[in-house]
Design a protein around this ligand. Structure first.
Ligand SMILES: Cc1cc2nc3c(=O)[nH]c(=O)nc-3n(C[C@H](O)[C@H](O)[C@H](O)COP(=O)(O)OP(=O)(O)OC[C@H]3O[C@@H](n4cnc5c(N)ncnc54)[C@H](O)[C@@H]3O)c2cc1C
Length: 391
């Protein structure tokens, strides 16, 4: 046995790193193992949009908590996260109008600054964008996006300062359970002992769980983003947009660039080996994303394609995460499956998981919604929209 820790975290994305900080700050001895380098996985390639538009009170509260951390990141985490308050607009058709209105009402009740926009007001928030096909829109002035790599590496540095040990280039090959309790993990360096292991490995989570004989319904799915340089006369940054009609999201990026990704439930069909998939973007994807963008933002007809890439979503049957001790009482916690919307929840997830591990008397967030058993009980998380993929 090489060392003993109170808690071992597997995975150096935003969930693992924010939880490492939270637990180390509470005085536990923590080790985090990342098989590549911190942020090299999907977190570092996230579009990192930070919005609060959710259908469930729990996720909306977690998004609001996290937004406040992103806004005050230097003070709270001690480093930069590149948060840009660009504002967020969600655009829907008639079939989603009621869902949008219900979500806005829920958010306002929770203290989130958001409002429904008239067509005229929409023209002011999104000048130059097509709005004739829409029936409803909502606007969150405080939302925006961050730099995902800066964010996750800042969390890792802060966790180290708080006393956590971080092992990079160190894959966890197996999680050991004896008599139903976690005893340690194996790495190429040898065995490390612990009574608690947190599986924060995203798209790899089902594999890591399987080494302990635990099944998780989490698939590794390939998704893409594309970049387009805005043409002369349209250099000004626009807000972040979630466009349900064209099934895309887009946001500004440094250098007059607009980053585009899909809001498409079919992405769950692109199941790939997370250690062996094509990380380049497809030409077909660029053409498709570009056409959808032009439908909303006609000036982008003159834009220039400037690349893109593919990465991974860790997708569950309802596109919501599993944050649960499985099996109960084992000391083995799953915290994965955030699909396409986990980055913005990262700060709150660290608190949620640390409260679970330490048995906090008054946990800030109730993890019940994210229990694994919900699938067997026929109680998946449901959203207000036809697709629950946006939450
Ligand atoms: C293209 C894209 C765009 C996105 N856009 C947004 C967005 O706009 N807003 C938003 O909120 N969310 C977004 N998301 C989702 C969000 O980025 C993810 O939900 C979040 O980053 C997941 O973080 P994680 O820590 O769970 O997992 P990951 O970032 O996947 O980290 C898991 C880590 O575990 C490591 N690992 C795996 N197996 C082992 C092992 N055996 N031993 C040691 N280490 C291991 C991996 O190398 C990896 O670094 C997007 C995701 C992608 C891919």
């Amino acid at each position: 046995m090489l060392s003993l820790y109170d808690v071992i975290i597997v995975g150096g994305g935003i969930m693992g790193c924010s939880t490492a900080l939270e637990l180390a700050q509470r005085g536990l001895s923590v080790a985090l193992f990342e098989k590549r380098t911190i942020g090299e996985g999907p977190t570092g390639r996230s579009s990192a949009i930070i919005r609060q538009h959710y259908s469930n009170e729990l996720t909306a509260r977690m998004a609001l908590h996290s937004l406040r951390v992103f806004q005050d990141f230097e003070e709270q985490v001690g480093d930069e996260c590149g948060f840009t308050q660009a504002g967020f607009v969600v655009l829907v058709e008639e079939k989603d109008r009621a869902g949008l209105e219900a979500n806005v009402e829920l958010q306002r009740r929770l203290g989130i600054r958001t409002e429904l926009l008239s067509t005229e007001a929409l023209g002011q928030v999104l000048p130059g964008m097509e709005a004739g096909d829409l029936v409803a829109a909502a606007y969150e002035p405080d939302s925006g996006y961050a730099d995902p790599y800066l964010t996750v590496t800042a969390y890792a540095r802060a966790a180290r300062r708080a006393g956590a040990t971080i092992y990079q280039d160190t894959e966890v090959g197996r999680v050991h359970l004896e008599k139903g309790r976690v005893t340690g993990i194996d790495t190429k360096e040898g065995r490390f002992g612990t009574p608690i292991v947190l599986n924060c490995t995203g798209a790899w989570a089902a594999r890591v769980a399987a080494t302990a004989g635990v099944g998780l319904p989490i698939h590794s799915c390939r998704v893409q983003v594309a970049f387009f340089r805005r043409p002369p006369g349209h250099e000004a940054a626009h807000p972040v947009v979630g466009d349900f009609r064209n099934a895309i999201y887009f946001r500004p990026e440094t250098g007059n660039i607009t980053l585009v990704g899909l809001i498409d439930p079919a992405e769950e069909n692109a199941i790939v080996n997370p250690d062996g998939y094509d990380e380049r973007m497809d030409t077909d994807f660029v053409l498709d994303a570009g056409e959808r963008l032009v439908r909303r933002y006609p000036a982008m007809e003159e834009s220039v394609s400037t690349g893109g890439y593919a990465s991974l979503y860790a997708i569950t049957p309802d596109w919501h995460p599993i944050v649960d001790e499985v099996p109960a009482g084992s000391g083995f916690f799953a915290c994965s499956g955030f699909s396409g919307h986990g980055f913005k929840l990262g700060p709150a997830v660290g608190v949620m998981l640390a409260d679970m591990v330490t048995g906090a008397e008054a946990p800030l967030f109730d993890p019940h919604l994210f229990r694994l058993a919900r699938y067997g009980e026929g109680q998946p998380v449901r959203g207000q929209y036809e697709y629950s993929i946006v939450g």
